[in-house]
Design a protein around this ligand. Structure first.
Ligand code: CA
Length: 223
């Protein structure tokens, strides 16, 4: 199993990322300072580093240049505020592989994590994640982002794809509106919104209404 190091001092974001990684089958460890990030990233125990730029002691750029100067080639995904993307792109020349502007949806980060782990995969067990996930006669190709329902191929919008992926990763489980909102729309989305219900309706039209059950007062379940 791939081990991911998260260096992020905002508790809410760190917990959002580590929960999401766990449900996607990755194990992670979380640190809140740049010094701890350097110590652990140079230990050789991690397959990927998710690195916030604004850390309380030494910033993410310095963490990155320090670990790269010791020869560590672990892929690094930078987390940065949206208004400092220009600085971040400059910082990528310092040896990061990719970046995510905050706020972000978990699935956007997950797509980058998967890509980086696949690049870094040297044939071992780590990063060997299936590209197609399915349940019953539904199957979703994570690379081409196409859904098959029986023999038919269905086009999905970006949000519908992420929603379908979330259901297919948790078949038979009741997923609450809050869980779906956080996984598909992100941690900063208005919890009072009915966007989940609207998109479940869209997805039902495409996969067949009976496949996504409403569990009254609790949420939705893929059957
Ligand atoms: Ca921060």
């Amino acid at each position: 199993m791939s081990q991911i190091l998260i260096a992020e001092d905002e508790e809410r974001i760190a917990s959002f990322v580590s929960k999401g990684l766990k449900s996607a089958g990755y194990s992670s460890m979380h640190v809140t300072t740049g010094r701890d990030a350097v110590d652990l990233a140079t230990s050789g125990d991690f397959d990927l580093l998710i690195l916030d730029l604004g850390l309380p002691d030494i910033d993410g750029f310095e963490v990155l240049s320090t670990i790269r100067s010791t020869g560590v080639t672990t892929p690094v995904i930078i987390l940065t505020a949206r208004n400092s993307v220009t600085d971040t792109v400059a910082g990528l020349e310092g040896g990061a592989d990719d970046y995510m502007a905050k706020p972000f949806r978990f699935e956007e980060l997950l797509a980058r994590v998967r890509l980086r782990l696949r690049h870094g995969d040297t044939g071992g067990a780590s990063g060997a994640e299936a590209n197609v996930i399915g349940h019953g006669d539904l199957s979703l190709d994570l690379r081409t982002r196409r859904l098959r329902v029986g023999d038919a191929e269905v086009d999905l919008s970006a949000r519908e794809f992420t929603l379908a992926e979330t259901f297919l990763r948790n078949p038979g489980q009741v997923l609450s509106r809050e869980q779906l909102l956080s996984r598909v729309w992100g941690y900063d989305f208005d919890p009072g919104s009915n966007v989940v219900d609207v998109y479940v309706r869209y997805l039902r039209k495409k996969v067949g209404a009976a496949r996504i059950e409403t569990v009254r007062g609790m949420g939705y379940r893929l059957v």
